[in-house]
Design a protein around this ligand. Structure first.
Ligand code: GFB
Length: 356
């Protein structure tokens, strides 16, 4: 990226004692964001849970609707409920918000529960973004996904390729909700002068991932299937699709580190310049810039787990997008790069899986 000086990198007023709301704190990314904030010394974190109770080493009393840990308060709150979200913002008055709550899932869940994916995501983000505006939140970070980019997007995918051609059909409802979230943040910033920023992570994996084979993403699914095949001496493991699609994977703790880094260092700015070109600055990609085919991923997991059977590719199952590799150069120019390599991340995740 040329002319980096046009980016607004002024420091926010995020203090160690600032009240920070992590919406979706029991999910894959939200839990990693809370861990990262605690490691960095933030002391006033509030989070919510609904169906999934917080499960960590901290002690809390699950009899009560508000769970106090050392530095984190978990409030039972359904983010689909507009009235409850309004009361929450009124009572808690958070200064900073990470919007990491979403209805998420892998290719099959996105394709099957299309109505739930569009309704729940729109509803959650409408509630949280609008109440953040009404209650004077200083800065909000909206988390999306790289499925916002077109199906046949030029590779690697730059931020400016948003809304340039049709989306991949399997996850179109989810992608449309996420695009609405980006545009909502941008619109509130432009009309009301808020400071709402959006980040688009690539495919994520890590502790607290979803291992349900019907609804999960590929990495936890393959880890579980291959592990169970090893334990049960099953001769073959079914891999969905042709094995040819390529995916980029980022460890959830790296993702969390990038989110906290950007909340600390980045403010909304409408446009920036690349040479002579003025680019609308709606969001930032969070990725590694490196991808791998599903077949290669399956072989890597097979090696880590130590499974000697065969992999069978079921082409009756969908491939989805053939390739979606982010261009993370905007993030790199701001001074952040991922640390955990894929093989190391899978080993960490497998160790976590065996313990949980
Ligand atoms: O991770 P995944 O479900 O989602 O699938 P997407 C990635 C690729 O892995 C697809 C293949 O080509 C799948 O067919 N795959 C192989 C498997 N075996 C399996 C398996 O056992 N389970 C699963 N789940 N996949 C999602 C989007 O797309 O990615 C979301 O639907 C979101 O909207 C998310 O963007 C990050 O990468 O295709």
């Amino acid at each position: 990226m040329e002319n980096n000086s046009t980016l607004n990198t002024q420091h926010s007023t995020l203090e160690k004692s600032s009240k920070i709301f992590v919406a979706g704190g029991t999910g894959l990314v939200g839990s990693a964001i809370i861990k990262n904030l605690l490691e960095k010394g933030y002391t006033n974190i509030i989070s919510n849970y609904h169906n999934r109770k917080p499960q960590d080493n901290l002690t809390f009393n699950i009899q009560h609707s508000t769970l106090n840990t050392n530095s984190v308060t978990y409030v039972k709150l359904d983010l689909l409920d507009s009235i409850a979200v309004e009361s929450f913002f009124k009572e808690q008055a958070p200064e900073f918000v990470f919007l990491a709550a979403a209805k998420v899932g892998g290719i099959a869940a996105n394709n099957t529960y299309r109505a739930d994916f569009i309704y729940e995501n729109l509803q959650i983000q409408n509630n949280v973004i609008h109440q953040s505006y009404l209650h004077g939140v200083k800065k909000l970070m909206f988390l999306g996904s790289t499925c916002i980019y077109p199906k046949d997007c030029p590779q690697p995918m730059k931020e400016e390729y948003l809304l340039t051609s049709p989306l991949e059909y399997t996850n179109e409802p989810y992608a449309i909700a996420k695009i609405a979230g980006i545009k909502m943040c941008e619109s509130y910033n432009l009309q009301y002068g808020t400071n709402f920023i959006s980040v688009m992570p690539t495919n994520l994996y890590g502790p607290n991932d979803n291992f349900d084979l019907e609804t999960s993403h590929v990495l936890p699914a393959l880890l579980r299937k291959i592990h169970e095949a090893k334990i049960n001496n099953t001769p073959t493991v079914e891999i969905w699709g042709s094995g040819n699609p390529r995916r980029e994977f980022l460890y959830s703790e790296d993702m969390a580190d990038a989110c906290v880094f950007l909340l600390q260092n980045r403010d909304f700015e409408d446009t920036y310049k690349e040479g002579e070109k003025e680019i609308r600055n709606t969001h930032i990609n969070i990725g590694t810039g490196e991808d791998i085919s599903i077949k290669e991923l399956a072989c890597l997991i097979q090696k880590i787990v130590g499974y000697r059977g065969k992999l069978y590719f079921n082409t009756d199952k969908p491939d989805g997008t053939m390739v979606k590799l982010t261009d993370p150069s905007k993030l790199h120019a701001l001074g952040w790069k991922h640390k955990v390599k894929l093989e190391e991340g899978i080993k960490k995740m497998y160790a976590w899986y065996l313990n949980n």
